[in-house]
Design a protein around this ligand. Sequence first.
Ligand code: FAD
Length: 446
Amino acid sequence: MTNPPDTPDIAIVGGGIVGLVLAAGLTRRGVQVKLFEQARNFREIGAGIGFTRNTVNCMEKISPGIVRALRSGGSVNVSLDQVDPNAYLRYINGYGLQREDDPMYQKPLLRLDAGVKGWETVRRDQFLDDLVKEIPEGVIHLQKRLENIIDEDGSEKVVLQFTDGTRVEADAVIATDGIKSTARRLLLGEDNPASYPQYSHKVAYRALIPMDKVTAAIGEYKTQKQHMHVGPNAHLIHYPVNTNTIGATVVVSDPNDWPLDKPTTARASRKDVSDALANWSLPVRNLVDLFPEELDQWALFDLAEYPVPQYNKGRVCLVGDAAHASSPHHGAGASFGVEDVLCLCTIIPEQTVQYTRERNVSKGDSMRAAFETYDKIRRTRTQWLVNSSRRVCDLFQQPEWADPAKRVKTESCFEEVKDRSFKIWHFDSAKMQEDTLRDYQERIRA
Ligand code: FAD
């Protein structure tokens, strides 16, 4: 298949959720895309992931096939509530015995209404499998690990070099190669601390547990609905990921360092988790008892301390975690990558083709301008998320949760949690698209 004249050829590096969503969006718009993924197969871990209504709307605008994949992947509204279709995120006190006469009691702290189908959750591996099916044949190239990008002024194409010695040319490169992005290091340089992820001093333990067992451990109500249990130096979140499975994640503070050259997962045991939550309330301890005896400990890295100064350079740009990897405490890292993709699909290829024709510039130059617009529109909001995620984690894990005398102070944090969550959920994607178009058209006219 050849592109119509003036339509750019785009290379995508990295086939995680964001790279695949981008490939689905660009191919739907008639762009010739090649996606290069280092792994032998697409693989996601069997853990849950959630998307707000707003993100699902963005997916719909990028390509209805993405929402089809989400739903055929078995997504559920996070509150499996037959009566009320709205999704609520519930924050409750996870620490200590809170009522002498009822060891299962946990004080409700905040109930956030995310709206109708406001928070859809799915198993990552199932979503990814179904997303791959939405990508036309011939787009995906596996076992291609990016090693170098050559983007020289004056040359017609950008050259990608892979570790197997092969080279590919494209008019532009969009790197969705995740938190350990090679493209980011190539763009920023080996010596720039922003080239590398930074340890957030939190570790996570994740489990998928059959719903009937969870019901027996924590009761029907909590099982069917997302709950965030807060307490000193840790928190636990759980939600249904389909109609018979609960996804649960425990996040624990870790004062130690985690060197970058050490793998980001380590083997751990259920005892590590239960020791960290030893004095927590009975439902929390019951749920942790259902975690596998052996499991992974995930070190949580992000780009908070050394944010990427610019998401574009020449005909290359960084998207998703490659640009703004966040710790997971807002549950919105992939969602923000989806917003990035919508921003790009707003101008590629329709606007870039117009630019190429009207101004008689090369396809590469029109893409260069598109990436400048993308950086301008997306950088501030996405870097806010990275900071805000660390901030809400500190609020969830205030050491003072253990001190009854400080209860009023600790509980007052939820007004802030609400404001921050609403900034994510109530994002006006139509306005972002207008701003994107306006900025790009100003560049065409400049
Ligand atoms: P990745 O998924 O990391 O994909 C990058 C891909 O690039 C990989 O397939 C990798 O193999 C490939 N690659 C890397 N280097 C190269 C190379 N040199 N050449 C070729 N290929 C390469 N987000 C949400 O929106 N909602 C949630 O509920 C949520 N929960 C989370 C819970 C936890 C515990 C964590 C850790 C994160 C959570 N997130 C959530 C964040 C979300 O997981 C990430 O933001 C998202 O997966 C990033 O997708 P990506 O495609 O940008 O990167």
